[in-house]
Structures are given as structure tokens and as C-alpha cells.
Design a binder for this molecule. Structure first.
Ligand SMILES: Cc1ncc(COP(=O)(O)O)c(C=O)c1O
Length: 508
């Protein structure tokens, strides 16, 4: 799998199209194909133990048990795994993932789930409570994100509206499908394109892949924010939407949404602010006096947004809000069927039946936290993030990428940052590996605001850097895997490897 370094460097100067043609030919050579398959299998076999830790420890059920298991046994089996898994996130060792995590909050959400576990908003007549919760979550989120100002003096159909989806990815998929259908219907565009900074979440790429949209990824500037001039040049008459993040997942920086959304508005096209990560943080950060540029519906060019209730909205996993400026735009998201023998059918999002209990939990999280709760949580998160940024910057070998608020990406000078990440892993920390450039990040959540967590992180990070400096040739197990994607120019190879990895994950 490893390419000689010289070869890798040389290949970086070859146009990507040539490389992919070369790759296709090389993969047809039987000896090479077999060698590759063998190397991939060996690499994946090395990961299997870590991915399947319960084999041999709790019973495996690949077939239905002949007789149903006693409920106590089922709960016991689950309890073993839950106990093992909750410690890391509970103690604040994990980047992002669990955004609140206090026991009382979780117990409350679980009670809400139990009350609503049978509810399904597909049957609005049976569970009007679910549609009430959904409409109110959307309205509360919209108002938090500038809808009151945007709606003032405008007719109801021009007001900000939206839907609840299953997560950030679905919100983004829905918005992109909406723009595709709008552009086809209203402007006759049959070869749609979206223009996004390179840092935009892969959910946009997924949307492009699913919906036949060409995604133009534009390199970001030296501050890791979208480069407005380069984005302007990438827009053409097939562009249906321009994208910006507030903030971006990799480096946690906020794109220049005002300038980007104006580019779109001047050309009469849509602009989507991806606030999946920041939607429930930035409004409060701004109230607390942190430097937060405009990013929401207060900007006239912003026509849609995504904001995740299941991240910093502190809801249970499985909900996000997608918002649109006006119901005419949202109507392109909807699906209706009038000819089916099962009767007339309609559904606003991708799923048919939807978990009313998760919608109820999102509603309960929002109303029980309230403005004061979000403000206080954001204060704690940003203060902790400030401590962490200062501490990371004080380690001479490390540097923070850009000017982030609460997602802190850092790289290393003169040592391998992935090895630092690996050493941190050995101490229990679960950080996100980034590439292009090589870096890691920590998304600060309420878990990190517990006493002592930030100090422990910085202490361990110093130790990890010292270790890697003293042992530069230690390869570790995961560090080469992270380095691989950035150095292997054959994207198809990396993609094949990831598909095999997913096969492995889905094995019993
Ligand atoms: C900026 C941004 N957009 C979109 C997403 C996708 O969200 P989800 O994982 O809920 O689908 C994420 C996830 O971290 C994100 O950070």
C-alpha cells in the first residue's frame, strides 16, 4: 500500500484526471490487483479486533433466538456494553459526539421518549402533538436565527419556515434537492452545479452524488475560510446554490457569509448557511460579546439554513432543522403522490414514517433549556475553548489553524500530528483526524467544561508531544492510515479501502 515517497511527490504534480486513468489501468493488472487486495485485507484485519470488541464477551445473535430472550437478559447484555462505552464520553475524552450528557438531562429526554415512543407525524390525525412539536421546534429555531427580523413587514408566505429532519446530513440533502428542483422548474437548469468551499461538510458531496448535481469545491484561503473571489469565479449560469459554513466542521471557522450570500443574491440564486454545528451556539456567543459575523436570515441573501438540534440543541440523536426563506422554496422539498391505490400520500422529508418521540425530545430539550440555558452553556463552552486554545498555542511544536471559536484544529511543526493524536488515543482521548493539511481537532462540548477536563487535556497533550519528539520513528497503528489518504494520489484506492472498511463495520 505504501508508495515510495519520491513517487508520491512526483505524482502530486500530475493532473488528477491522468492519475485516475492511470489508476484504472493499473487496477486491471492482475498481479497488482491481487497485491492490493492482499495488502488491504491485512490492513483491515488489523483493525477488526478494535471494531468488534464484544465478540466472545457478550452473546452474538446472527439469527432470531428460537424463543424470545427474557427482557432482563436483554437489558443486562446491553448494560454491559453501555457501561463500557459511556465512560469515555461522560468524562469528556471525546471530541463532539455527545454535546450535553448530564445525567439529569438524559433522564429527562428518556422520559419524554417513553411518553411518545409510539408517535409518528406521518399520521398527523392520530398524533397532532407530534406536528405541534415539529412546528414549534422549527419556529423556535428560525426565530433564534434571525427570522423575526427577516419576516418583519413581509407576507406570511415569505416568512422563514422549515422542517425537522433526522440530522445535519438529511437537512443538507433536503436543501440541495430543493434547489435542484427549483432551478429545474423555474430556470430550466438541467445540469445543476453547487459552489462550496473545500471545507464544506461531505453531506454536500453526498447530495451532489445522490441528486446529480456537480459540486465545485473551491480551495479556502490561508485563514481556512471560504475565498470570496475564488467562489465568485466558480459561479456560472448552471449554479443553483452557493454554500458557506458557520462554522466549518474541520477548522471551526465561520465563512464570510455576508459576502458569499451577496454573491448569490446579486445573481438571483440560493445561498445555504450550514449552521449544523453553530446554529445553537453562535446566536448566544454573539450575545456574550464574542466576535460573530452575520450568518443567518438577517442577511437578505441567505435563503436556507441547517441547524442541528441533536448537536448543541442538546436533543437526543436523530433531529435537525432545515429552514427556508419562504414557503414557495420549501414546497420544492415536499413529495406528494396522488395516484397510488393506497390513497393520496404526502411527506415533507425523505423518510415516510418518522420517530415522533425524537421530535418530542427535541422540543422538550429546547423548551426546558430556554434562552438562559443556551446562553449559560455557550458561556461555559467558549470559556473552556479559550483555555484550551491558549494552552495549545503555548506548546511550541503546535499551532492552531485559523481563528476558531469552539472547534479547535491544531497541527504540528517538525513532528507527525497523527502520532500525537495516537498518543492522545492511548491516554483515552478521541480526537478527529483532519487532512490537507494534516491536523486534528477537538470540538468542545459541555462535557469538556467539567472541572479538570481542560487541564487534563493540555497535560496529556504536552506529554504526547514530548513522547513523539523523543520517538519520531514510532509508526503506531492508526497514524499511517490517517497519513495514507493525504499521500496516496489514487482516490479510487482510498475510496475502495473505505468501502471495505464499511463492509467490516457491518459484519456481525
Ligand atoms: C458543519 C456540519 N455540517 C453538517 C454535519 C452533518 O451532520 P450529521 O452528522 O448530523 O448528519 C456536521 C456534522 O458534524 C457538521 O459539523
Amino acid at each position: 500500500m505504501e508508495l515510495p515517497e519520491l513517487g508520491t511527490n512526483l505524482l502530486q504534480h500530475v493532473p488528477p484526471r491522468w492519475i485516475s486513468v492511470a489508476e484504472r489501468y493499473l487496477k486491471r493488472v492482475p498481479v497488482l490487483r491481487e497485491r492490493l487486495a492482499k495488502e488491504t485485507d491485512t490492513m483491515l484485519a488489523g483493525l477488526e479486533g478494535d471494531l468488534k470488541p464484544y465478540r466472545g464477551q457478550v452473546p452474538t445473535h446472527a439469527q432470531l433466538p428460537a424463543q424470545g430472550l427474557p427482557r432482563e437478559q436483554v437489558l443486562r447484555e446491553m448494560g454491559v456494553m453501555e457501561t463500557r462505552e459511556h465512560e469515555r464520553w461522560k468524562e469528556g475524552f471525546v471530541s463532539g459526539a455527545v454535546y450535553h450528557g448530564d445525567s439529569e438531562h438524559i433522564d429527562f429526554l428518556n422520559q419524554v421518549y417513553a411518553l411518545n415512543s409510539q408517535s409518528n407525524p406521518l399520521h398527523a390525525d392520530l398524533w397532532p402533538s407530534a406536528t405541534k412539536f415539529e412546528a414549534e421546534v422549527v419556529a423556535m429555531t428560525a426565530n433564534m436565527l434571525g427570522a423575526a427580523e427577516a419576516n418583519a413587514g413581509r407576507p406570511p408566505e415569505a416568512h422563514v419556515c422549515g422542517s425537522l429532519s433526522s440530522g445535519g446530513t438529511e437537512s443538507i440533502l433536503l436543501a440541495m434537492k430543493t434547489y435542484r428542483d427549483q432551478a429545474r422548474e423555474e430556470r430550466g437548469i438541467t445540469r445543476p452545479e453547487m459552489v462550496a468551499p473545500a471545507s464544506a461538510h461531505p453531506a454536500f458531496e453526498k447530495a451532489a452524488h445522490y441528486f446529480g448535481i456537480h459540486m465545485v469545491r473551491v480551495p479556502v484561503g490561508p485563514d481556512y475560510r471560504a475565498d470570496v473571489d475564488a467562489m465568485r469565479k466558480a459561479i456560472n449560469r448552471n449554479t443553483i446554490v452557493v454554500i458557506g459554513s458557520a462554522p466549518s466542521f474541520p477548522h471551526g471557522v465561520i465563512d464570510p457569509i455576508e459576502q458569499l450570500s451577496e454573491l448569490a443574491r446579486e445573481r438571483g440564486i440560493g445561498f445555504h448557511t450550514d449552521a449544523c454545528l453553530g446554529g445553537f451556539v453562535l446566536p448566544w456567543a454573539r450575545k456574550l460579546g464574542y466576535p460573530v459575523p452575520d450568518f443567518d436570515f438577517r442577511l437578505p441573501g441567505v435563503t436556507s439554513m441547517s441547524a442541528d438540534t441533536h448537536k448543541f440543541g442538546y436533543a437526543a440523536k436523530g433531529t435537525s432543522v432545515v429552514l427556508y426563506r419562504g414557503s414557495a422554496l420549501r414546497s420544492h422539498q415536499y413529495f406528494t403522490s396522488t395516484e397510488w391505490s393506497g390513497g393520496i400520500y404526502f411527506s415533507p422529508t425523505f423518510a415516510g414514517s418518522r420517530p415522533g418521540a425524537l421530535i418530542a425530545a427535541a422540543w422538550a430539550s429546547l423548551v426546558s433549556t430556554g434562552e438562559a440555558g443556551y446562553l449559560e452553556s455557550t458561556r461555559r463552552i467558549l470559556e473552556t475553548a479559550d483555555v484550551l486554545k491558549r494552552g495549545i498555542r503555548a506548546i511550541p511544536e503546535l499551532y492552531v489553524l485559523g481563528e476558531p471559536l469552539f472547534v479547535i484544529a491544531f497541527g504540528a511543526r517538525g513532528l507527525d500530528i497523527y502520532q500525537v493524536m495516537e498518543r492522545m488515543g492511548a491516554k483515552g482521548w478521541n480526537l478527529n483526524g483532519l487532512h490537507k493539511p494534516a491536523a486534528v481537532h477537538l470540538c468542545v462540548t459541555l462535557r469538556h467544561t467539567q472541572p479538570g477536563v481542560a487541564e487534563r487535556f493540555l497535560e496529556d497533550l504536552k506529554g504526547a508531544v514530548e513522547y513523539v519528539r523523543a520517538h519520531p520513528s514510532d509508526k503506531g497503528t492508526m497514524a499511517p492510515v490517517y497519513g495514507l489518504a493525504a499521500t496516496v494520489p489514487f482516490r479510487g484506492l482510498v475510496s475502495d479501502l473505505l468501502k471495505k472498511y464499511m463492509d467490516l463495520i457491518s459484519k456481525v
